[in-house]
Design a protein around this ligand. Structure first.
Ligand code: NAP
Length: 306
């Protein structure tokens, strides 16, 4: 039987997302055409997944092409069926960004406004649902960045503002200058990347009342394919959990692990495989027992001193 996917309001003054989000970062490797991607989007809708994550620098073989690919597919299915999350700030080397001679981050007003206009055009939409600052720019002038983000909202180009990969101190700094609330922090979390549970990221999310978006919940596939001894050990712990909860395998147990944390309720999955997506939906709605959840933590550090 198929699981019903719930929806989550990600902030008191923010949007509602599907409890599993689909990420488009790998889409040009996964789908041969925008028609094939559109077919995939229809499948996601059928499963209750309405929230799509993307970013300007995603693209293969060259960065900066996925937004347009995704936009063409969205146009075939219907923009109003989705919540669209995109980002700004990462500068990569690409034939589409010849002005960049080194990788860097840019959260100046000029770059934020330029990036948003490009995203709207490439995605073919009037407004982005949530615009995230993709990575903290070490040179960020918080007043300038906050002013630009508020301007994007007041001009109706983005409905809500969030951040990604922000430490608690950086998030607090930007929030102190922004009029718009920060409705999410998109961060990495998986059995191979446990930092947010102990570095203050999740504590701050719970304190401020936003739901983080969790990227790479199966570590980009490394959890399933790596021959590294520690990862093989983790895989076998997750396989035991999968058996106990009738989940498909260690990938699904990892998603249930992530989703069990009070701040881990929004996994952003990257699989294009329909069975794996069905498995992820079931996993996100599976409530692991406390001791099963801790068996993942003790596999990393038996002293529980993370
Ligand atoms: N904010 C940021 O800085 C940031 C950074 C990275 C990613 N993201 C977002 O997060 C999204 C998800 O990231 P992700 O793709 O790394 O997530 P993920 O769900 O951890 O990894 C997906 C990858 O793992 C593979 N995989 C899944 N289950 C598997 C299994 N059982 N066996 C073998 N391989 C398996 C998938 O292959 P198949 O397609 O063959 O299933 C796919 O290549 C991205 O699309 C992007 O939107 C954000």
């Amino acid at each position: 039987m198929r699981s019903e996917l719930r929806r989550i309001k990600i902030h008191e003054n923010g949007p509602e997302f599907s409890r599993v989000v689909w990420g488009s970062m790998r889409s040009e490797q996964q789908f041969a055409s925008s028609d094939a991607l559109a077919e995939h989007l229809r499948f996601l809708l059928d499963r209750g997944i309405t929230t799509l994550d993307t970013a300007p620098p995603y693209g293969h073989p060259d960065p900066y092409t996925v937004e347009e690919f995704l936009g063409r597919a969205i146009a075939k299915v219907g923009r109003n069926k989705f919540e669209i999350v995109t980002k700004c700030g990462i500068q990569r080397l690409s034939p589409h960004r010849t002005e960049n001679w080194i990788r860097h981050f840019d959260s100046t007003e000029k770059e934020i406004l330029r990036s948003v206009d490009r995203s709207l055009q490439k995605l073919g939409v009037d407004a982005i649902d949530v615009l995230l600052v993709h990575r903290p720019d070490y040179l960020m002038d918080p007043d300038e960045t906050a002013g630009a983000l508020d301007k994007v909202v007041s001009e109706g180009k983005a409905r809500y503002i969030g951040v990604s990969n922000f430490s608690p101190s950086r998030l607090n700094l930007l929030a102190s200058r922004l009029k718009a609330p920060i409705v999410t922090n998109q961060v990495q979390f998986s059995p191979l990347h446990l930092e947010p549970i102990s570095d203050g990221t999740f504590d701050l999310a719970l304190q401020l009342g936003h739901v983080p978006m969790i990227w790479s919940p199966v570590a980009g596939g490394r959890l399933l394919t790596s021959d590294d001894e520690a990862i093989r050990g983790m895989r076998s712990v997750l396989s035991e959990i999968a058996k106990k909860y009738s989940l498909a395998g260690p990938a699904e147990a990892a998603i249930a692990f992530v989703a069990r944390h009070p701040a881990g309720r929004l996994p952003v999955i990257g699989s294009a495989n329909r069975e794996r997506i069905d498995g992820a939906v079931k996993a996100a709605e599976t409530q692991l027992d406390r001791q099963d959840w801790y068996s993942v933590i003790t596999q990393v550090d038996s002293t529980l001193n993370l």
